[in-house]
Each structure stands twice: as structure tokens, then as C-alpha cells.
Design a protein around this ligand. Structure first.
Ligand code: NCD
Length: 307
């Protein structure tokens, strides 16, 4: 049976069985990645375009590696080197790419909803690699894969997203995915960085980091999105770090086991201290490794592979 979802635009409407299918196949693909020859012919007949209209290091490389490990034909397209700079519309650009017979588009775009538009007007399957401050479903799925490796399942797992919730697409996708899978999700940050009424999404809100730490099993620490916010949402970087920075002193004071995630790139010394990022609670590099496996699973299943 194939996935219920045709595209992967966000996790808002993805059912638990699709999430489980993706996480299960990611386990099989992770095993392939540890082999001496980490490559399979699974997508030999599939052509993928990576269309990145916004900067990216790890997500773009992770997708490209995943595609190559599956033997897909890969074309990379970045906005700065394309006709977008000559005034072409998004739909025209993609229709032209499609006329060259492609099967799948992986898209990152600064406008929320851009991948949805693409899915509506084009025949290719679409995977959202991050649209503005909306969703980043593959990041949330790799976070969930990492948590499943640590805890086995999500039942009653207390996960708190810390920091810049308002501007974070990672936050929203984590909230949708984790609540669907039965985790207890919370957010923690200053009121200026937390959307009003976020409780309606089924999450708890903390404004005190020590309280959040005491009531969580996992902290997913989010980057302060300095490029997406107007100034004035917190008094200074120094004060933000003092109030909401995840430090080894805070973790030691809580005296309990806790797992620390961060999607990267990290502002070391702002939202997260370097010794915590590199310390025993951190699974940050495990997240990056899992990113390739989870994206292989998504590409395979969205391209039409059987669960
Ligand atoms: C995230 C993104 O781009 O949304 N990073 C990533 O995909 N690895 C998070 C961020 O930029 O803070």
C-alpha cells in the first residue's frame, strides 16, 4: 500500500500511519547507509529537481545525498543562478522544468505556501524542504526518528520546543507530527516569540525555562531566526541567553536525564551553549545522520514505493 499523502507539503494533515511508515522505512535505509557500498538502485528511473530559493547547507546536502544513495537522477537549481532573477514567475520556472520530464521537486522557498502552489499547478510530486516560517516536515520527521531511537515510541513523551517559536517552521512541523503521534508537546520562550493562541494546537506554554526543563524529557532548542524577525522582540542577545539560553548549569540544576535536539545551524552562546551542544545529552549529530535516512524513506515512499 502506498502513502495516503501524495506530496509532503507539511505534517498538519499527515496521518499517524504515514508517519509510522516513513519512520519504519527510514530504519531500513539507515542500515543501507552503514554498508560498505551505501547505495541502492531503488530510484534509478526517477528524476528529482532540488529547487532551493533560499539558503541552505545541511538540508540541501542531505537531500542530494539521499537522492544519490537511491540512484535517482538529480538536478540542482538555486534561485541566484536561475531565470527567477530575470522576473520569471515560480510557476513558469517549474513548468519549464517539468517540460523536461521530471518526477519530483524538492523545494525550499521563503514564501509560506509556495510548495502548495507548486503541487496545485504542476504534475510532479512535491516535497517541502522548508517554506518561510510555515513548515519543515522533513526536519520534524528526522527529529522524530531520533527521538524514537532514544525512547522507542512517543507515547506521553514530553517534548518542549524552546525559543523562537513564531518564526520557526521546525516548531510548527514538530507540533503537528509529535501531537499526531501521541507526544505531549510544549513550547517555551518569551511571549514576543510565541504566537498568541498556540494552545489551540494542543501545546502547553512555558515562559520559564527552568520550569520547562523540570517538566520535559526532551528539549528541541530552536535557532533565533535573526533574519526573519524585526528587531525588538527581545531586549538583547545577552539577556535572551540569560533567560532562555540552554546552559550546562541549568541542566545540572535540574538533575535529571534530558535529551537535547537542535535543527542547526546553532547560534552557540545564544540559544544553546557549546558545551551542551557537544555534551552527553546532545543528539544533534545523530539528527544529521538520520536526516539522510529519513529523506531516503520520504523520497522512496512519495515516488510511489510500497510501505
Ligand atoms: C532549519 C531551517 O532551515 O528551517 N534548519 C535546517 O533545516 N537544518 C532551522 C533553522 O534555520 O534555524
Amino acid at each position: 500500500m502506498a502513502l495516503k499523502s501524495t506530496h509532503l507539503l507539511g505534517l498538519r494533515d499527515v496521518p499517524a500511519e504515514d508517519i509510522t511508515a516513513i519512520l519504519d522505512s527510514a530504519v531500513a535505509f539507515k542500515e543501507i547507509l552503514s554498508r560498505p557500498v551505501p547505495k541502492v538502485p531503488t530510484l534509478r528511473h526517477v528524476t528529482v529537481v532540488n529547487a532551493f530559493f533560499e539558503n541552505s547547507t545541511r538540508t540541501r546536502i542531505s537531500f542530494e545525498l539521499a537522492e544519490k544513495r537511491l540512484s535517482a537522477d538529480v538536478v540542482n537549481f538555486s534561485a541566484s543562478a536561475s531565470s527567477v532573477n530575470k522576473g520569471e514567475t515560480l510557476i513558469d520556472t517549474i513548468r519549464n522544468l517539468e517540460a523536461m520530464k521530471i518526477d519530483l521537486v524538492v523545494m525550499r522557498h521563503p514564501l509560506p505556501g509556495a510548495p502548495n502552489l507548486l503541487a496545485k499547478y504542476c504534475d510532479s510530486k512535491v516535497i517541502n524542504a522548508g517554506d518561510g516560517s510555515h513548515e519543515h516536515p522533513t526536519q520534524a520527521l528526522l527529529d522524530m526518528m531520533t527521538l524514537r531511537e532514544v525512547y522507542g515510541d512517543f507515547n506521553k513523551l514530553r517534548v518542549t520546543l524552546v525559543g523562537d517559536i513564531s518564526h520557526s517552521r521546525v516548531a510548527l512541523s514538530n507540533i503537528f507530527g509529535l501531537t499526531t503521534m501521541g507526544a505531549q508537546v510544549a513550547v517555551c520562550g518569551p511571549p514576543t516569540l510565541i504566537p498568541r493562541d498556540i494552545e489551540h494546537l494542543g501545546v502547553k506554554v512555558y515562559h520559564d525555562l527552568d520550569e520547562a526543563i523540570a517538566k520535559s524529557d526532551v528539549l528541541n532548542v530552536l535557532r533565533i531566526q535573526l533574519e526573519r524577525q524585526d528587531s525588538g522582540l527581545f531586549p538583547s542577545k545577552r539577556e535572551y541567553h540569560q533567560t532562555f539560553g540552554v546552559t550546562s548549569e541549568r541542566l545540572a540544576a535540574s538533575n535529571k536525564p534530558l535529551t537535547i535536539l537542535h535543527p542547526g545551524p546553532i547560534n552557540r552562546g545564544l540559544e544553546l551553549d557549546g558545551d551542551v551542544a557537544d555534551g552527553p545529552h546532545s543528539v544533534i549529530l545523530q539528527q544529521v545522520t538520520n536526516g539522510v535516512a529519513v529523506r531516503m524513506a520520504i523520497l522512496y515512499l512519495i515516488a510511489g514505493g510500497e510501505k
